[in-house]
Design a protein around this ligand. Structure first.
Ligand code: BES
Ligand code: ZN
Length: 662
């Protein structure tokens, strides 16, 4: 097989280090000290719901321990956002106008903020019209910023009146705002213009907009964004397709979304249609390749609709980001954000698009109520992703994804420890940063749980159940208890509940005994080749004709370990892994190279680690390096160069792995 070249991975040019501060310094506008009852959101954790036990609250959703907001009293239902994107100062300067519903006659609105500078808060009683700067907002309000809490930021409590309908907050972000990544031209594909990207999930929306930053609250939004005239702005909303003459872009998001789906991208972007309701935005020198790679997107949309009901968001577009984007993909509504590391030139990594598209149902339509219920987003989505892939490319293909997923499941359980509460589906993340507590358990244990249910009740009944589940909870949030009640009431009959073993899956550790055991016929030939290799056949003699990326991943993951330098060299000479332009294959090979001290791959390792910032690859590679003293030395040397080019969420992860103190 010819492995494509690495041209899609742009080498990041190195910038000066931007310090990333968890704790924030005192902000402006402090009018009185924080209310002691709300000094720490972690202190508001429910008494029940510890890992291993079901939440004990009899009814209603669990309180979100990662938000200072009180949506049970006052709820934000619409946001009008105006902002100027200032690349020189690395700031957003603007106004967030929040339309609220006061359910209890409360005299305060509690919001989440982190690293925001609040200049002024004004109140309005009538509708403010389309212009949030209208006179409706001329009464100044008293407001208080609470003490900073690590990773949660500061509460913003605003004194409101019984008839307050609009709250206008004039504010600016700070250069270190954790959701925002400001890229210099050299860090982009075209190298000509700067780029701004956001990543709000899980609790980073509060670093660029003052909001009720909890997935339990949904709102619609309008936005007016001013950017330098040559650039285009796109959001998780109705998007422009063309550059505006004056750099001003107006957005409308008529469907209600939770705050973690707020998203903005600004750069030298072009648009290419993929179908009547879908297309791709990317930098000019990437957009053609991206349009080719993602050409099956319209078919994926059709397959997803056929499975679980209509796509309810209007258009489905993709935005290909510069390589520092910390995730593979992010399901921002109407505009999935995608890493360029899936541009493999052979369409072999497009299951990622199926995944992000699937979130348009699981996650974006029916949303985890709190981050403890994260598996309701990701486990459902992984299951749904594999169903879309099966529809498009057949059962053989999907079976390979299930087998690779099972390997990931086993690996994460081994890594966390088979008895660890972190291997429960229902999590207790109180006092922890949800961004760092999220791992393959939600994805793999979650999807294998659903696959196990499918096996017990049969696919036909399960599909009908899922379709009805989505349709009956549109634009709502769901917690673990609510889903289990719905499952018991609407699907499981007779002894099916005991055959499924819900408690073992959701509130117990490790891999439950009844977990689905996938088999992929397509991997039989790989297993035969592995057996031949183990018996001494030289790599160059192995029959690998027609292998896809998934075959290669299975091969690499199941190679004997350790491999001496001669064996690594023979493999590399036969298959050119070190030169692979396929990020998934390269990642697997580099893990082997580190474990076996295969030095000829070290320059490629360094290029990979400095050329992209996707956490999925950074985490295992730096972890593997950190296992030995000389590996750690190399890791620190590379990280010193690469760190300024990483997004804050990737920096946070690698800082922890390497014990980085700056
Ligand atoms: N929603 C996630 C990304 C995410 C998770 C962001 C948690 C912040 C906190 C997205 O849908 C996702 O799962 N991305 C995966 C790719 C997918 C194919 C498994 C990724 O980024 O690797
Ligand atoms: Zn996902």
């Amino acid at each position: 097989m010819k492995l494509p070249d690495l041209s899609s991975l742009t080498l990041l040019t190195l910038l000066g280090c931007i310090p990333w501060l968890f704790a924030c310094s005192s902000g402006s506008g402090q009018t009185r000290p924080a209310s002691p009852a709300t000094g720490s959101a972690a202190a508001q954790a429910p008494a029940s719901g510890t890992a291993g036990t079901p939440p004990a609250t009899p009814a209603g959703p669990q309180r979100d321990v990662h938000s200072f907001s009180h949506p049970d009293e006052v709820q934000v239902d619409h946001l009008q956002w105006t902002a100027t994107v200032d690349f020189n100062q690395r700031k957003l300067i603007g106004r967030a106008s929040l339309r609220i519903t006061n359910k209890t006659g409360a005299d305060r609105l509690w919001l989440d903020t982190r690293d925001l500078d609040i200049q002024k808060v004004t109140l309005g009683s009538g509708a403010s019209g389309n212009n949030p700067a209208s006179p409706a907002g001329n009464t100044e309000a008293l407001f208080t910023l609470g003490e900073p809490v690590e990773f949660l930021g500061r509460s913003l409590s605003i004194q409101i009146k019984p008839d307050t309908q609009w709250v206008h907050i004039d504010y600016s972000t700070r250069p270190e705002a954790a959701a925002l990544q400001w890229l210099d031209p050299e860090q982009t594909a075209s190298k000509t213009d700067p780029f701004l990207l956001t990543q709000s999930e899980a609790i980073l929306a509060r670093t660029w907009i003052p909001l009720q930053d909890t997935p339990g609250v949904r709102f619609t939004y309008d936005a007016t964004v001013r950017v330098p005239a040559k650039l285009m702005a796109v959001m998780s909303a109705e998007n422009p397709m063309k550059k505006s003459a004056d750099g001003v872009y107006r957005f409308r998001m008529p469907q209600r979304i939770p705050s973690y789906l707020m998203a903005l991208g600004v750069g030298n972007l072009e648009f290419r249609p993929l179908g009547p309701n879908s297309g791709v935005y990317a930098e000019p020198n990437v957009v053609e390749q991206a349009a080719w790679e993602f050409a099956d997107t319209p078919k994926m949309i059709a397959a997803a609709e056929k499975l679980y009901g209509p796509y309810r968001w209007g258009r489905y577009d993709l935005l290909v980001l510069p390589p520092s984007f910390p995730y593979g993909g992010m399901e921002n509504p109407r505009l999935t954000f995608v890493t360029p590391t899936v541009l493999a030139r052979d369409r072999s990594l497009v299951s990622l698009i199926a995944h992000e598209l699937a979130h348009s149902w699981s996650g974006n339509l029916v949303t985890n109520a709190t981050w403890n219920d994260f598996w309701l987003n990701e486990g459902f989505t992984d299951y749904f992703e594999r169903r879309i892939m099966e529809s498009l490319y057949g059962k053989e293909y999907a079976d390979m994804l299930w087998v690779l997923g099972r390997q990931d499941f086993e690996t994460i359980v081994t890594d966390l420890g088979p008895q660890s509460p972190d291997t429960h589906l229902f999590q207790n993340l109180a006092g922890r940063d949800p961004d760092f507590g999220m791992n393959d358990i939600a994805y793999e244990k979650g999807s294998f749980f659903l696959k196990t249910i499918e096996q017990v009740v049969g696919r036909e009944r399960f599909d009908k159940f899922l379709r009805t589940y989505f349709e009956s909870h549109l634009f709502q949030s769901m917690d673990t208890r609510g889903f289990l009640e719905y499952l018991n009431a609407n699907l499981l009959k007779g002894d099916e509940a005991s055959r499924v073993q819900i408690d073992a899956w959701v509130f117990g550790p490790g891999i439950p005994a009844n977990a689905y055991q996938p088999r992929a016929a397509a991997f039989d030939k790989v297993d035969q080749v592995l057996a031949a290799y183990k018996q001494g056949t030289a790599p160059a003699q192995l029959d690998t004709k027609g292998w896809s990326t998934q075959h290669w991943l299975h091969f690499l993951r199941n190679l004997p370990q350790p491999l001496d330098t001669q064996k690594m060299t023979d493999l590399d000479q036969a298959f050119h892994f070190t030169q692979s332009g396929n990020s998934e294959i390269l990642n697997e090979w580099l893990l082997k190279a580190i474990a076996n001290r295969y030095e000829p791959a070290y320059p490629a390792l360094e290029n990979f680690l400095t050329g992209m910032g996707r956490r999925k690859f950074l985490r295992p590679l730096y972890t593997a390096l950190a296992k030995t003293p000389d590996g750690m030395e190399m890791a620190l040397r590379i990280y010193r160069k690469a760190r300024p080019g990483y997004h804050s969420v990737s920096r946070g992860t690698v800082d922890e792995i390497l014990g980085w103190r700056g």
